[in-house]
Design a protein around this ligand. Structure first.
Ligand SMILES: *Cc1c(COP(=O)(O)O)cnc(C)c1O
Length: 433
């Protein structure tokens, strides 16, 4: 399968090129040339298949031409060593819990898959070590570091701003050791990102070591997110509640929801989608007006959705050939203030005994407000509430229990290398690696 760029000015890439490059030469996002429809038989028996079996069929449609079947099966099984159950919140609203992976957020799925696929390509080429550089404001670093942990032939450097990530987030990438190095940058997130960008552009450094990114726009991180939409459908079908299924996705960069839209193109019978925004309502406004006006993000309590120019908008636009009408027919939008998010966490906890995280709360609220007669809803619970411990505790007025997995990270020994935000220092460090 070849991948084209949403900007239309770059050569078509192979899967391997698209995964290693991340972004196309013309700065566009890679799109698969064909999105294959799954055989009808799959949907007939889907309720009886395991998560891994379902995911393999979806993975085969995307990657089967480029990766041998045994390898792909192995990658899928290794990636999905945890469940993504749908859990009842009200009679008609279910939570798709995507927080049972190693870092308790949905990004684990894509990060784990990408690490394994990249590892396969490196072994194929007998290539020298590949070095992944990732700048993080918190969550991406932990998903990528844990996804790549122990994968042979790959070393990961996580750059994070000193004092700007939460203690829980920090220990998820500074306590791992092995092939993960954490660099604590004396600056803000933008400085970390600038260091990474400069590194990719520095010829001497690129001769010295092979560098790549693990950005969320990478096709190997983005496409595997389709897996759990199919699995959610299967679980709802088993319950007899899949006929008029509405799926709501708390959205920031819009990668997650785009993977769901791809699922629908592959034949997944989802009636419609809702994109839930926090106060960063760029997509919401696009749906209302047809005008896409990116602007600087504002900080909210659902901070993984604080995005002012969602990168995957380009993919949605491309998928629907630029038709605002087609996009608005498939997706509706909502936007919530911090006050509304907090109120939803509190209400849902009190009324339904289900503790939401601030991101999932946007999804749940959109369902409560937007579900029509006869419809059933699944919203994506994108992270465990304990990842936002202080925010959630402040809202509900009692302690949140910390899952064992998260507590284990906090017991580890923090190891990171302090570094200035000066590129010369960063480069000198890498030249010695
Ligand atoms: C990344 C993230 C989101 C936003 O997902 P996108 O694919 O960027 O739209 C939502 N919730 C949580 C918890 C996240 O980490």
């Amino acid at each position: 399968m070849k991948y084209y760029s949403t900007n239309g000015k770059a050569d078509r890439a192979t899967l391997q090129e698209a995964v290693v490059k991340g972004l196309a030469g013309d700065k566009g996002l890679f799109m698969p040339e064909v999105i294959k429809h799954l055989p009808d038989a799959v949907f007939e028996e889907i309720q009886d298949l395991s998560f891994q079996e379902i995911a393999y069929r979806v993975a085969d449609a995307f990657f089967g031409e480029d990766v041998p079947a045994d390898t792909l099966k192995q990658i899928v099984c290794d990636t999905l060593n945890f469940d993504c159950p749908v859990v009842k919140v009200t009679d008609r609203i279910y939570s798709l819990e995507l927080f049972h992976g190693p870092t308790l957020a949905f990004k684990d799925v894509g990060a784990r898959f990408m690490a394994r696929l990249l590892g396969y390509f490196i072994r194929q080429e007998g290539d020298r070590q590949v070095n992944v550089l990732v700048a993080t404001s918190g969550d991406t670093g932990s998903a990528v570091a844990n996804g790549f942990l122990g994968v042979e032939g790959i070393h990961v450097y996580v750059l994070y701003p000193k004092g700007k990530v939460s203690a829980i987030q920090e220990c998820q990438f500074t306590t791992l050791g092995q092939n993960i190095t954490a660099l604590e940058i004396d600056g803000v997130f933008d400085d970390c990102q600038a260091l990474v960008k400069n590194a990719f552009m520095d010829e001497e450094l690129n001769r010295h070591m092979k560098l790549t990114s693990a950005n969320s726009i990478n096709v190997a991180r983005f496409l595997p997110q389709a897996f759990y939409y199919f699995y959610a459908y299967a679980q709802m079908k088993k319950l007899g509640k899949a006929d008029q299924l509405v799926v709501c996705v708390p959205s920031g960069n819009f990668g997650n929801i785009t993977a769901g839209l791809f699922g629908k193109v592959m034949g997944l019978p989802i009636k419609r989608f809702i994109a839930a925004n926090n106060a960063n309502d760029i997509f919401y406004n696009y749906l209302q007006t047809g005008n896409y006006n990116p602007r600087p993000s504002v900080q909210t309590i659902a901070n993984a959705m604080d995005v002012g120019d969602p990168s995957n908008f380009a993919r949605i636009y491309d998928l629907y050939k630029g038709s605002h009408e087609a996009i608005a027919a498939e997706i509706s939008g909502t936007t919530y203030t911090d006050r509304q998010i907090a109120e939803t966490v509190k209400d849902c906890d009190e009324k339904n005994g289900y503790l939401l995280d601030p991101h999932g709360a946007c999804g749940f609220r959109a369902m409560e407000e937007g579900l029509r007669e006869g419809e059933y809803g699944v919203f994506l619970e994108t992270a465990h509430p304990a990842k936002f411990q202080s925010t959630v505790e402040h809202i509900i007025g009692r302690p949140v229990s910390i899952p064992e997995k998260l507590a284990a990270f906090m017991k580890g020994e923090k190891k990171s290398i302090p570094m200035s935000k000066d590129f010369a220092d960063f480069k000198a460090f890498l030249m010695k690696e």
